[in-house]
Design a protein. Sequence first.
Length: 426
Amino acid sequence: MSTEAGPSSPPPAPAAAPAPADGAEGEKKKEPVVILCIGMAGSGKTTLMQRLNSHLNSRNSPPYILNLDPAVSHMPYSANIDIRDTVDYKEVMKQYNLGPNGGILTALNLFTTKFDQVLGYVEKRAESVDYILVDTPGQIEIFTWSASGAIITDAIASSLPTVVAYIVDTPRTTAPATFMSNMLYACSILYKTRLPFIIVFNKIDVQPHDFALEWMEDFEAYQAALNDKSRDEHGEGSYVNSLMGSMCLVLEEFYNNLRAVGVSAMTGEGMKAFFDAVEEGRKEYEADYRPELDRLAAERAAQTEADKKAQLERLMRDMNVSDSATATGSRPSAGGRRGDNPFGPHPINEREDRYMDEDGYDEDEEEVDEEEQEAIRRQAEEEEEDADAQELGALDVQEPEIGGLPPMGSATGGGTGRGMSWPRPA
Ligand SMILES: Nc1nc2c(ncn2[C@@H]2O[C@H](COP(=O)(O)OP(=O)(O)OP(=O)(O)O)[C@@H](O)[C@H]2O)c(=O)[nH]1
């Protein structure tokens, strides 16, 4: 058992400005790292969140915590922002005749409509914390394969250094086939998020993770394990097993580019290795992800600038004040001199007449009308969506004071009651 605070010990008294977890005093404080905990149901995400929370509290560096799992019934720590305070997924299920997964997904979608507020709170606290922990729904695909999961991940990652901690239930991964399935899933998440990735082999108090590290480093060791279990009575390996052997080779590149650590959320073993890996992840984010983000932002800015320029040119053309027209002087302006005041009054109907065809049909006018109508339609749709979200109960996100976390183990199990639940009370 580690010497860190146990699961139910209260956090230390909140410090106004927590001492930096690492780095020398006087140095400019680093941006906090966001740790996105993702994993299969039962892999130990919530327990690990609790462990990370108590570990960081014991280092006098309390983290900022977000819970994005609307269905968690017991949370052994208090979150600064809890999806359950904003949306009640059981009500969503009832009202829309949805099953549990549909309810959780819809609750997450509703919460996503308010995520800009959440990000605002997180950014405000970025000055005073070193780590931001995010717990995700137990049904992994609800987060990793949904639009809202992608929106939330992108929003966080474009704001702060972010690493993905993929939690693996080690005792349930000892079979080569299960191991391979888990690694392929991890690989798919890596390619979807493209964020620095840590594979966290949890529950090493029950099953050490050496076998997994060996399989990741040594193809032949994995092949040997496969052969061990794959022979049929004729001594032949099955098709699936030879496929898995090939997969292992394919994944070599993936294994080479990620960090794998073993932890026990229960005992606290492996915390140092975990935070070292997070620090490496931060460096990778700064070296690879941030420049890409900056490049995309510059690309977008250039595109916006080009669009603006094109619009302006079009406007100038419409008003007959193109460079050539201005240079040669198109018509006398109000002041009387040719080329002066290109926006001056036109002789009646002159401009309009030039754009009319023989039937008096104005093609350009129609184009503008369509654009305007499209813009009006979009705005109306957005307003309608906003109204829907409001009605459905994606209420303003509530944030308690940081550092004022209730003692660990005091979660209410059905929302912490700080915010409003759906549906909105009469
Ligand atoms: N022995 C051992 N058990 C653990 C460890 N971490 C979690 N568990 C147990 O594994 C079970 C599942 O843990 P949770 O933290 O609820 O897992 P989860 O991934 O949050 O589960 P969902 O919310 O359903 O996705 C619980 O019974 C935990 O006590 C660990 O490090 N060692």
